[in-house]
Design a protein around this ligand. Structure first.
Ligand SMILES: Cc1cc2nc3c(=O)[nH]c(=O)nc-3n(C[C@H](O)[C@H](O)[C@H](O)COP(=O)(O)OP(=O)(O)OC[C@H]3O[C@@H](n4cnc5c(N)ncnc54)[C@H](O)[C@@H]3O)c2cc1C
Length: 452
């Protein structure tokens, strides 16, 4: 034990760069009234930065487990403004960056994420949240004959380990969707799609009284110590414990600058499909699909029949010099067009279908694409869960439970998880980071995804 008094680190100046959520999920929602901004100096037991799945699920679990502790959550704009309110909506199993060669680890990861989806669905049902969702399965489409052979074997291996995914050959895939260039598919019936923005807004209504949410309050400075002081333009929160629920935006707060790369991801969406479009697509009862390429293409169908589609090539993703986390709509037009072309390659019958919305969201990507959840800082009072690398709907909702257990010092159950206090690899700073991104993406633009 050190006899020297622990000194707080220097204050971290945040440089918020948070643009408006223009996603399809914001359309046709009941009018939303944000909570008042932070305009006073507050003392709390926990301060959470970020009102996405990570921040809101942490507030939910901590406030319910400790009804006498005050939780303050600070969001730069409105809750669900980040990736949680802009994503493809797919609630998926597995964790990015974790390989499936070990039966025990594979079972653990699958059961954990399946349990995470169970939790989302139970929350919606138990709290009677008005959240559109479906849980009728997703398909991974295999787009090359050799990879189809390997994927069929992989399914057999997974089944022998007790994991209930199914292999569909090309003909069987067409019973779900008439997609072109597909040689088979891996079907997982336990996954689905959820409207993340609705989930957060509905959850906010049910938040226990010991949580206070401040919206339109970008954090500008963090001063660590035995207590942490988090300041905005007009107020501050002092608390013994802070939670970073800022995923891709985290480097702008001065944390994980060399470990998290903010990546911009473009997405498009249609209006509810007319009956003739449904017929031409042959869409069966299932929530969505992705392909097997590294610049993953994915499409999901909302319960009212709108198709959300993203990814598919380098044009669908971008990195902005020096960790920029906003993206000008004008600069994304070529990306939107590239995504539309990829959509039509897979589903030619949608050629003439007008798009209703196109938007961009910020992901937090790590070098090995694994996320991490843990606690850090000289006083071990800065909790974090981040780096989901585009696969965070299930995991960021699970993060609240994990961080609450860590905070309660009751975290044995999570110790074998790949994300538990996982050390992220460093990435080079600028200008090497930008150059490295350009080179890497050009060299690997059409590569198959490493199977996990
Ligand atoms: C386009 C897109 C599609 C995706 N599709 C899928 C998918 O289909 N399936 C899947 O599993 N995952 C998907 N993801 C990933 C998934 O959405 C994320 O991993 C997850 O939502 C991360 O949640 P979070 O709460 O950690 O971060 P976020 O939702 O990004 O929340 C961070 C919050 O912090 C706030 N903030 C930032 N800076 C400050 C500051 N200085 N002060 C106060 N607040 C601040 C932001 O406004 C934001 O609300 C997608 C992501 C994107 C962008």
């Amino acid at each position: 034990m050190s006899l020297l008094p622990l000194r707080p680190g220097p204050p971290r100046s945040a440089r918020p760069d948070v643009d408006e959520n223009r996603s399809w999920w914001t359309l046709d929602r009941p009018p939303y009234v944000p909570s008042p901004a932070l305009r006073e100096n507050v003392v709390a037991d926990m301060v959470i930065i970020g009102g996405g799945f990570t921040g809101m699920s942490t507030a939910w679990h901590v406030a319910r487990r400790f009804p006498d502790r005050r939780v303050a959550l600070i969001e730069a704009r409105e809750i669900g403004n980040g990736a949680s309110g802009r994503n493809g909506g797919m609630m998926l199993n597995w964790m990015n960056g974790v390989s499936s060669s070990e039966p025990e680890l594979t079972r653990l990861v699958y059961q954990t994420t399946k349990g995470g989806i169970d939790d989302i669905v139970s929350l919606i049902e138990a709290e009677k949240l008005a959240v559109p969702y479906r849980r009728d399965g997703c398909l991974e489409l295999i787009t090359n004959p050799q990879r189809a052979e390997a994927a069929a074997k992989e399914v057999q291996r997974l089944q022998s380990w007790g994991i209930s995914v199914e292999w569909l050959d090309a003909k069987e895939v067409r019973k779900y969707v008439r997609a072109e260039g597909v040689y088979g598919g891996i079907f997982d019936r336990s996954v689905g799609q959820v409207n993340g923005l609705a989930l957060l807004r509905e959850l906010k209504k049910k938040m226990p009284e010991n949580v206070v949410i401040y919206e339109n309050s970008p954090v500008l400075k963090v001063e660590e110590g035995q207590t942490v002081l988090v300041s905005t333009a007009e107020g501050s929160v002092r608390a013994p414990v802070m939670v970073l629920g800022t995923n891709g935006y985290t480097p702008r707060l001065g944390y994980f600058r060399s470990r998290i790369c903010p990546m911009h991801s473009h997405v498009i969406a249609t209006d509810p499909l007319p009956p003739q479009a449904w017929e031409a697509l042959g869409w069966g009862a299932f929530a969505g699909f992705c392909d097997d390429l590294d610049r993953i293409a994915y499409g999901s169908m909302t319960p009212d029949g709108s198709l959300i589609f993203g990814g598919g090539g380098n044009y669908a993703y971008a990195y902005r010099y020096n960790n920029g986390t906003s993206y000008p709509e004008q600069a994304a037009q070529a990306g939107f067009e590239g995504i539309r072309r990829r959509l039509v390659q897979y589903l030619p019958s949608l050629e003439k279908l007008p798009l209703r919305r196109a938007w961009t969201g910020t992901l937090g990507v790590t070098l090995d694409r694994s996320c991490t959840m843990g606690v850090r800082g000289e006083y071990k009072n800065v909790y974090y869960a981040l780096g989901y690398s585009g696969h965070g709907v299930t995991l960021a909702n699970l993060a609240g439970k994990v961080l609450c257990d860590l905070y309660s010092d009751n975290h044995e159950a999570w110790k074998n998880q790949p994300f538990y206090q996982h050390s992220l690899y460093p990435m080079p700073g600028e200008p090497l980071r930008w150059v490295g991104y350009q080179l890497f993406t050009r060299l690997t633009g059409r590569s198959p995804r490493r199977r996990s």
